[in-house]
Design a protein around this ligand. Sequence first.
Ligand code: KIV
Length: 277
Amino acid sequence: MARKTVLDLLKMKAGSQKIAMVTAYDYTMARIADAAGVDMVLVGDSVGMVIQGQPDTLAVTLDDMVYHGRCVARGLQNAHLVVDLPFMTYQVSPAQALESSGRLVKETGCQSVKLEGGERSAPAIEAITRAGIPVVGHVGLTPQSVHALGGWRVQGRSEADAAQLIRDAEAVQAAGAFCVVLEMVPAELAAEVTARLEVPTIGIGAGVGCDGQVLVCNDLLGLNSDFAPRFVRRFAELEAPAKSAFEAYVAAVRDGSFPAEEHSFHRTRSAKVARLY
Ligand code: KIV
């Protein structure tokens, strides 16, 4: 099966089929998510927090995204691959945005790029899409502006903010984006934006009225016991069994029960082992 295209995703909205998107940062996670049937995989700049252990996404570089984008691309057969443009790789000018996007497409094999911002990012989106690179927009809470927003807060709560958010989403669509992420937006407002747009909306902390949902893979799998925002549902609790497995390994190494005979090699191979290697 070939990877899902922009047209496939637009058809999903037209057919009222929900889009399931997750983040991934490496080959193994991408392979598992792809086999599970996710429609879109995002190599998010959340890599800065989830993988690099930083307090926010601001220090992530284009080289980081190229590296993780390549790893993820090797694990995908069906899912559409989106890679994030990190902070300060598209804000300077539309020309910078186009150059950065071109690098992501050429060096990772992604099918689209994602950038944050509404009206202010429209010129960048126009430049990128004019060159034939599909763009996913991202409005609402835009983590690259965390300092300007005063923290990780729900956006669009007042009448004026809600009106601005609608203008932002419409500007992103008008500039050529084929999809828009809505992050931490009141559910009613996200549903209204979804009804107004022809392109699909993908929500995170934006209620059930969006055309699809995205979650960070480590949150979905319960690998971050110290991170529990309201919008995350853990579909598994993998941190505890992973920790138990490491503890069992440490104990087995210490008491000499690992490696056992079946994990060991000898100068004279047994007939059974010789057949295997
Ligand atoms: O970087 C990221 O993971 C994201 C999603 C949360 C949408 O932008």
